[in-house]
Design a protein around this ligand. Structure first.
Ligand SMILES: *Cc1c(COP(=O)(O)O)cnc(C)c1O
Length: 241
């Protein structure tokens, strides 16, 4: 990276942090209560390190192999590492012990696989349950009507700690168009919060990305996953029409 590129990265990070803080204040909340997760996919170790140097405290990866490669290179030193992408049960074993939080648990089956692997390592793995709030066929995640049973079943696993919910709503043209989904997620989050389950604490509501993180915060998100606004446009976004 050139000095100029580092400077631009720093500026983008500070701008996102500022926008997160302003949205928090508008929502009547404390900016410190919002966790900014830098979605670092397709950004190499050098760029991840530069982001951490510029103030990023949490990195989210969404491909296991890419995470392992960068992990080997010690890319995430000084930051918390989380997994946010689609996860196959046979790859769970590579993540346990490396990530503090697996955000994308979209089925009881996957949750059980994580529980089993975490138990082997004698750790308690923090997870979020992923909700397919837009009911999209192409997306993973629990449907709303499946959520209660999933929470009940996974809360029985002593090696899991359910820390909240995550959602990726359908792609919207305008930032505010997803507020219906975000509001719905917040309602469900509060509903589960008020029920008392073992091994469940509704600490995080993870929703909102580059195009809509401010809207998500206004609707109750306290964790946002931002890639493009931090790192700039990813290579494949440039080649796509
Ligand atoms: C890439 C990614 C993001 C961030 O997307 P941007 O639109 O670039 O901010 C958030 N969540 C997940 C699961 C992702 O894969």
């Amino acid at each position: 990276m050139t000095e100029q590129e580092k400077k631009e990265l720093q500026d983008r990070i500070h701008s996102v942090q500022e926008r997160v803080a302003q949205a928090a204040v508008r929502a009547g909340r404390n900016p410190d209560d919002i966790t900014l997760v830098a979605a670092s996919k397709m950004n190499d170790t050098e760029r991840v390190r530069a982001a951490i140097e510029a103030g990023i405290r949490v990195c989210g990866e969404n491909r296991v192999q890419e995470l392992l490669d960068k992990y080997e290179q010690n890319a995430y030193a000084g930051a918390d590492l989380q997994f946010i992408g689609t996860l196959q049960t046979n790859k769970v074993k590579y993540l346990i012990g490396k990530v503090s939080l697996i955000q994308s648990v979209g089925s009881v089956h996957l949750g059980e696989a994580i529980a089993k692997e975490a138990a082997k390592h004698q750790i308690k793995q923090d997870i979020l349950l992923e909700v397919n709030i837009g009911r999209e066929a192409a997306k993973s995640g629990l449907l709303l009507e499946e959520l209660d049973e999933a929470v009940a079943r996974l809360s029985e696993k002593p090696s899991l700690h359910i820390r909240g919910l995550m959602a990726i709503p359908p792609i919207a043209d305008q930032a505010t168009k997803n507020s219906g989904y975000f509001d719905e997620m917040h309602q469900v989050f509060v509903d589960i919060l008020t029920k008392k389950y073992d091994n469940v604490s509704m600490d995080y509501l993870s929703m909102g990305m580059t195009n809509d993180f401010e809207t998500a915060i206004l609707c109750g998100a306290n964790m946002v996953r931002v890639g493009t606004a931090i790192f700039g446009t990813r290579p494949y976004q440039i080649v796509s029409p």
